[in-house]
Design a binder for this molecule. Sequence first.
Ligand code: AMP
Ligand code: MG
Length: 501
Amino acid sequence: MLKSTEAMNANNSVQFNFDNSLARSLEGFFVPCQPEPSVAPKLIQFNHALAEELGLDPVALDSDAGLAIFAGNVAPEGAEPVALAYAGHQFGGFAPQLGDGRALLLGEVIDSQQRRRDIQLKGSGITPFSRGGDGKAGLGPVLREYLVAEAMHALGVPTTRALAAVTTGEEIYRQLPLPGAILTRVAASHIRVGTFQYGAARGDVEKVRALADYVMARHYPETANAENPYLAFFEAVANAQASLIARWMQIGFIHGVMNTDNMTISGETIDYGPCAFMERYAPGTVFSSIDRQGRYAYANQPSILSWNLTRLAETLIRFVDPEQDRAIALLTETIERVQPLYEKYWLAGMRSKLGLSTEDSQDFDLINDLLWVMEDGQADFTLVFRRLSQALRGDSAPVQELFEQSGAFDVWARRWRKRLKQEGVAEETVAQSMDRVNPIYIPRNHKVEEALDAAIDQEDLTPFTKLLAVVSQPFDEVAGNEAYAVPAPATDMPYRTFCGT
Ligand code: AMP
Ligand code: MG
């Protein structure tokens, strides 16, 4: 008796204050759908800080009542679960209907800073878009997404967030049986380039317009007052995505599946499937086992940005100008500005990685020459930048050691020091500013695998929790955490990632 009262109270105190604008306004872009119940769910990770940010009660949620929600067994009051429809170019080939095949949007909450945020269950079972899939997710991919999304957030990169991870008590079958799991994901919205393509592929002009109007109001309200609102909207998306890809490049992040259905309109990183961080600097690095041509290799990410934006532009032509030629000319002009815009963001970020606060026309060469030296010397991307600040503090050996031979690096370092001298800022001040932008801890691939293996094989979440804590403070060096800062021991086997489907 007492128990059931307690459970009821817990349930009552779990309030989400949903305001589901998408379900109200975007008929045709979603299908209502319920999650499949989990048989024996367990809450294995819960993000207290994020719950607070969302205006939710973390104590009430970190409970059986929260578990029931995150496991898809109880719909919180006000939720209107829907599977979103979208299309997408996958590795260059167009699929007119993809959609949430293993995810459901529960609804939108207004967070403590008055921002509208989507709450989504990923891995909650079959939807009308499952196309023969089981709608489920495995524990490995769920934990990987949790970890990398939270690491990206801590690194200051726009990203979807992870609110909770549960195991469902069910086995799912991929090549091997795996523990089933559900991730509760939070995003500014889950609308993608592929959402526009879905409407456009169906020839439904007014629906695409309604989608554009909705997204403009939700993410880029300032564009409504522009002389050409739809063009301004496209520019705003291009700007957000260019800035995002520049951030990826500055931390050695390789997304791995930059299909148009995995590119958000909000400019947040989404869908951490086969993603991984580059260790030694090699522009051609590809980790994903399915990316056989290297389409989404590290160095290709900026050009794929433009390719994907061009697909978005194609869906907006008729709204930009009634005269098709003029609309195409206007959109083309914007697309042509994407690479210079990206480079501007990239250069600004790289300057701060080198401790530079002013601009010099030689900076582009200075940065690229370092990258050349790093590639040639097989040096670890993350650690080179981090240890440059140590060199400034008088200890050059740690950074020199990262290169097979440090001669070329030493020559470069003299140029860099000379350039820094021009700015006349005290070296310790520069070193401190560099340490605020150059992480010491990223989710190292072997550490991620170690943590996932322990969680899956031994049901031991200790390595995961520890790694999550380390990558959540990526800029603060902590004694005792040395093993998290260094690359994987050399092996002959290249690191490979999988989509997790
Ligand atoms: P992703 O690789 O996560 O970007 O997914 C590509 C498409 O495949 C999306 O439409 C997903 O919803 C769908 N999908 C991936 N895994 C599954 C699954 N296990 N069951 C059903 N649909 C899936
Ligand atoms: Mg996807």
